[in-house]
Design a binder for this molecule. Structure first.
Ligand SMILES: *Cc1c(COP(=O)(O)O)cnc(C)c1O
Length: 371
């Protein structure tokens, strides 16, 4: 059996059947029905956030958060708004900005945690800047306090792409409580999934109505359409999957920790292999296992390791290569150079990590790397 970088967690079939059974009576399949509401309320409790709106996926959640916070409109007012963001992420983050007619301005990352470098944000702020959209990449938490100070000083909104940060806490506070809003993704490949799905956590109640309306065609009431929305509603079957997976999430994260610790035992201290050692105050979710290969010291490059594993049917991922500002679709807007993001994108490999990855398989992966 091939080993991929991740494998979706799933509940017992009987548990899922139990959860969807009522729908075969009610015939309510979508449109924010009872299962959606139950899932929403359970997530608010689990994530420890004030408000939460569910979406069909994380990407549309982010696009609509940008709209609900008024950034698209603000961008038009200032004649082409700019959003400061990271080039070291999945393309979804940058696409969500660009598809709202805003210009992504790429800020370099820090080598220590691969997140946006807060000390390089201010020099990128112009009179067209409307927001900062950082990413808790790999579940590593951004410097939320420095970012908050900068945003306050310059009157900017902050939306975190927390697609990798489900269930994490920073000094005891749910990670969805920082900034104006945080997006979570419940895609099948993430730590927690509802097959496809996503959410926006936010603190200010006034974003609730626009978020709700934007994902439902801009419908204010049956006959009053007040905004130009789209369709991004999370349906009842996916909500049911989310409810089932949420029951098992702590178990699932604990098992990821087993995998993480096993890799650490095998790979820590090897010359040319740099591992991420965690962050103070963060309760992690072990979403990814990134390894930085320093080819000069290790003797082999990241790409060599990728190929060697591939030959054994083990599929790692070069998350995130190329850096976003080097992609075909963003090459026309490279902005200032981001040397750290460039360097990391060339040297990083994320190893398979998921619930149920066998110890023998982890050993086999490490043996191949070390040989
Ligand atoms: C997965 C992901 C998204 C998009 O989430 P979907 O639920 O797949 O739409 C956005 N940003 C990052 C960093 C991601 O990893």
């Amino acid at each position: 059996m091939p080993i991929y970088v991740t494998r979706s967690s799933m509940p017992e079939l009987s548990d899922y059947i139990e959860e969807i059974k009522p729908m075969f009576e009610s015939h309510i399949l979508t449109n924010m029905g009872p299962v959606y509401k139950k899932f929403q309320s359970q997530l608010i409790t689990y994530l420890g956030v004030r408000e939460l709106s569910l979406f069909v996926n994380g990407h549309l959640a982010l696009e609509m958060a940008i709209q609900a916070l008024g950034l698209t409109k603000r961008g038009e007012e200032v004649g082409g708004g700019e959003v400061i963001t990271t080039p070291f992420t999945f393309v979804s983050t940058t696409h969500a900005i660009t598809r709202n007619n805003l210009k992504p301005v790429f800020c370099d990352i820090r080598k220590s945690d691969y997140c946006i470098d807060p000390d390089k944000i201010e020099e990128l702020i112009t009179d067209k800047t409307v927001a900062i959209i950082p990413v808790h990449v790999y579940g590593n938490i951004c410097d939320v306090h420095k970012i908050e100070n900068i945003a306050e000083k310059h009157g900017l909104k902050v939306i975190y792409d927390g697609a990798h940060a489900f269930g994490e806490e920073y000094y005891g506070r749910g990670v969805g409580n920082f900034g104006d809003a945080t997006m979570f993704s419940f895609h099948a490949t993430k730590v927690f999934n509802s097959i496809e799905g996503g959410a926006i956590a936010y603190r200010n109640k006034r974003y609730g109505v626009p978020l709700h309306e934007l994902k439902n065609f801009g419908m204010h009431t049956e006959t009053s359409i007040t905004s130009i929305g789209a369709n991004a509603k999370l349906d009842e079957f996916r909500s049911a999957m989310g409810i089932c997976n949420l029951k098992r999430i702590d178990e699932c994260i604990a098992d990821r920790k087993r995998v993480h610790d096993h890799y650490f035992r095998r790979l820590e201290g090897v010359d040319g292999i740099e591992l991420f050692k965690g962050q103070k105050g963060v309760k992690p979710n072990y979403a990814y296992f990134p390894v930085y290969f320093d080819d000069k010291k290790f003797g082999k490059s990241r790409d060599d390791v990728y190929m060697a594993l591939r030959e054994e049917d083990i599929y790692t991922r070069k998350y995130f290569y190329p850096a976003i500002n080097e992609l075909e679709c963003y090459r026309d807007n490279p902005g200032a150079p981001t040397p750290v993001a460039h360097d990391v994108s060339l040297h990083i490999l994320t190893l398979p990590i998921y619930e149920g990855l066998a110890d023998e398989d982890i050993d086999r992966i490490c043996d191949i790397i070390l040989s």
